[in-house]
Ligand binder design. Structure first.
Ligand code: FAD
Length: 470
C-alpha cells in the first residue's frame, strides 16, 4: 500500500452489526472507509450470536412440532433426534451471512483490513496482522465498534469443555444428559429451550427473582410456567456459590435467598451471566478515551462521540442494551453525524427487546412496573392468544399481547407479547410509538383476517377496555 492508500476518511475497528453497518453507510455518503477486523466479518451477532442461535431455535421448534405430528396426520416410526445436523446447519447460516458482509464491503468499496486494530492517537490506527506485521493508517474519524465478550465468574470459570460460554454451547454435536444454565436472560433462556428440545434435562439458575428479569413481570411468569410444563427446572433467587469440575461433569453448590443449599450435579454448565466490553489493548489510554465508571464501557454522547475529537464508539462497547439493532442504529447515527448529513439521534426509549425461545417474548417501552414507578396515569389491556383465530388454527395459543396506554393522550407507553411470532409482531408497536400513534390509531388500521396481527389490534382494544374476542 502507498502512503495515500493508507489514508482514510473513516476507519472502523470491529465489523459486527455496529461496525459493518457504519462502514457501509460511510461509503454511501462518499467517504473512503476501512474496517479492521481480527476475526471473521460480521462480529458476534452473525458468527456466534444472533444468527446461529436463531438457526438452532428453528431446529428446536421443528423438533417440538414433530412431537405433535400425529395431530397433523404424520406418524414417524423410529424417529431420532440429534443435535449434530442442527449445529452444522447453524454454521452454514452464519457462514453465508459473514460471506455476505464481505460482498457488501466489495460492492460499496469498503476496504477490509484483517488484523487487530489499535489507536495510536492523533488520527492514527495501527493494524497488526496474524503474523505480527504492523501497518499504520491515517483517519479523519475513527469509530470503535469492538463489541463485547462473555462475563466469566470467578466461582464458575468458563473452560468451553464442561463449563461453556454461549460460544461453547453453539459448537456442540451432542446434547448432554443434563445441563445447568446459569443466568435466565435472553441468551440463557434460548439455550435452555434448544437443549431441552434435544433431550437434555435442563436446570435454569437465576440470581434474581424471575426469568427474563428485564421483561414485564407477567411475561416472565408466563415463560416460567411454559418452561416448567416442558420439565425445564427453574430455580430463581438462587446463586452459584462454587463449582467443581470432575470426569463425570460439574458439581454446583447453590444457595437460595432463604439460605437453603443444594448440590446440583450435571454433565455440562452454560454460564450466561452477561457480557463485558472489549476495551483492552485498543490504545484507549494512549488516545485518552474515557470509560464509564459503571461497567467500563466507552463513554459517548448522543452522537456517539467520545471525549477525544475524531474518536467515536458504537454498539456493545458503548454500553447497554447489548443488542444488534441498537449497535446498527448507533452506527448510522454516528456516521451521518460525523459526515454532517444527519441530525437524528438514537431513540433509546423505543428499542425492542426480544427472546426467540418458545414461547417467544418481545417488548418495547415501559413495563407495567415501570409505569407504576413513574406515577403515570395508565391503563393496561391484555388479549390472550386463545381469542385469535389464526393462533387457534395453528395450535399455538400460549401467551398474550399486553398493551399499556397513557389514559390522557392514549399514547402507547409499552407493549409486551408472549407467544407465536412475538418478535415479528412487536415491530407494529415500535412503528406506532415512533410515529407517536395513539392506541386508537393502531386499532383503526385494518389488520388482515385471520392473522396473528389481529392480536395487535385486539391488544389495543383491550387497553381501551373493549376487546372483541375475549
Ligand atoms: P460485535 O458483534 O461484538 O463485533 C465486534 C467485532 O469487533 C468482533 O468481530 C471482534 O472480533 C472485533 N474486534 C474486537 N476488538 C478488535 C480489535 N482490536 N481489532 C479488530 N477487531 C476487533 N442481539 C440481538 O439484537 N438479537 C439477538 O437475537 C441476539 N442474540 C444473541 C445471542 C448470543 C448467543 C449472543 C452472545 C449475543 C446475542 N445478541 C443478540 C447480542 C449481539 O450479538 C450484540 O449486541 C452485537 O453483536 C453487538 O454488535 P457490535 O457491532 O457492537 O459488536
Amino acid at each position: 500500500m502507498t502512503g495515500d492508500e493508507r489514508s482514510f476518511d473513516l476507519v472502523i475497528i470491529g465489523s459486527g452489526p455496529g461496525g459493518y453497518v457504519a462502514a457501509i453507510r460511510g461509503a454511501q455518503l462518499g467517504m473512503r472507509v476501512a474496517c479492521v477486523e481480527r476475526e471473521k466479518l460480521g462480529g458476534v451477532c452473525l458468527n456466534i450470536g444472533c444468527i446461529p442461535t436463531k438457526a438452532l431455535l428453528t431446529s428446536a421448534s421443528f423438533v417440538q412440532e414433530m412431537r405433535r405430528s400425529e395431530s397433523h396426520g404424520v406418524v414417524f416410526e423410529n424417529a431420532t433426534v440429534s443435535l449434530g445436523p442442527a449445529q452444522e446447519r447453524s454454521r452454514k447460516a452464519a457462514d453465508q451471512l459473514n460471506r455476505g458482509v464481505g460482498h457488501l464491503f466489495k460492492k460499496n468499496g469498503v476496504s477490509h483490513l484483517q488484523g487487530i486494530g489499535r489507536l495510536l492517537g492523533e488520527g492514527k490506527v495501527e493494524v497488526e496482522g496474524a503474523g505480527g506485521e504492523k501497518a499504520v493508517y491515517r483517519a479523519d474519524h475513527v469509530v470503535i465498534a469492538t463489541g463485547s465478550r462473555p462475563r466469566d465468574l470467578p466461582m464458575l470459570k468458563i473452560d468451553e469443555g464442561k463449563i461453556w460460554s454461549s460460544t461453547g454451547a453453539l459448537f456442540q454435536k451432542e446434547a448432554p444428559k443434563s445441563l445447568a444454565v446459569v443466568g435466565a436472560g435472553a441468551v440463557g433462556m434460548e439455550f435452555a429451550d434448544i437443549y431441552s428440545a434435544y433431550g437434555s434435562e435442563v436446570h435454569v439458575i437465576e440470581m434474581l427473582d424471575r426469568v427474563l428479569p428485564l421483561e414485564d413481570k407477567e411475561s416472565s411468569a408466563a415463560v416460567a410456567r411454559s418452561y416448567k410444563k416442558r420439565k425445564i427446572r427453574i430455580l430463581t433467587s438462587t446463586t452459584v456459590q462454587a463449582s467443581e469440575v470432575s470426569d463425570a461433569g460439574v458439581k454446583l453448590n447453590l444457595k437460595d435467598k432463604d439460605g437453603k443449599e443444594e448440590v446440583l450435579e450435571v454433565e455440562r454448565v452454560l454460564s450466561a451471566v452477561g457480557r463485558v466490553p472489549n476495551t483492552e489493548g485498543l490504545g484507549l489510554d494512549t488516545a485518552g478515551v474515557r470509560l464509564t465508571e459503571r461497567g467500563g464501557f466507552i463513554q459517548v454522547d448522543r452522537y456517539l462521540r467520545t471525549n477525544v475529537e475524531g474518536v467515536y464508539a458504537i454498539g456493545d462497547v458503548a454500553g447497554p442494551p447489548l443488542l444488534a439493532h441498537k449497535a446498527s442504529h448507533e452506527g448510522i447515527v454516528c456516521v451521518e453525524h460525523l459526515a454532517g448529513e444527519g441530525h437524528g439521534t438514537v431513540d433509546y426509549s423505543n428499542i425492542p427487546n426480544c427472546t426467540y425461545a418458545h414461547p417467544e417474548v418481545a417488548s418495547v417501552g415501559l413495563t407495567e412496573e415501570q409505569a407504576e414507578a413513574e406515577g403515570l396515569d395508565f391503563e393496561v389491556g391484555k388479549f390472550p392468544w386463545v381469542g385469535n383465530g389464526r393462533a387457534v388454527a395453528s395450535g399455538d395459543t400460549e401467551g398474550f399481547i399486553k398493551v399499556i396506554r397513557d389514559r390522557r393522550y392514549s399514547e402507547i407507553l409499552g407493549a409486551h407479547i408472549v407467544g407465536p411470532h412475538a418478535t415479528e409482531l412487536i415491530a407494529e408497536f415500535v412503528i406506532g410509538r415512533h410515529l407517536e400513534s395513539t392506541v386508537e390509531e393502531l386499532e383503526k388500521a385494518m389488520h388482515p383476517h385471520p392473522t396473528l396481527s389481529e392480536g395487535v389490534a385486539e391488544g389495543a382494544l383491550a387497553a381501551l377496555g373493549r376487546a372483541i374476542h375475549v
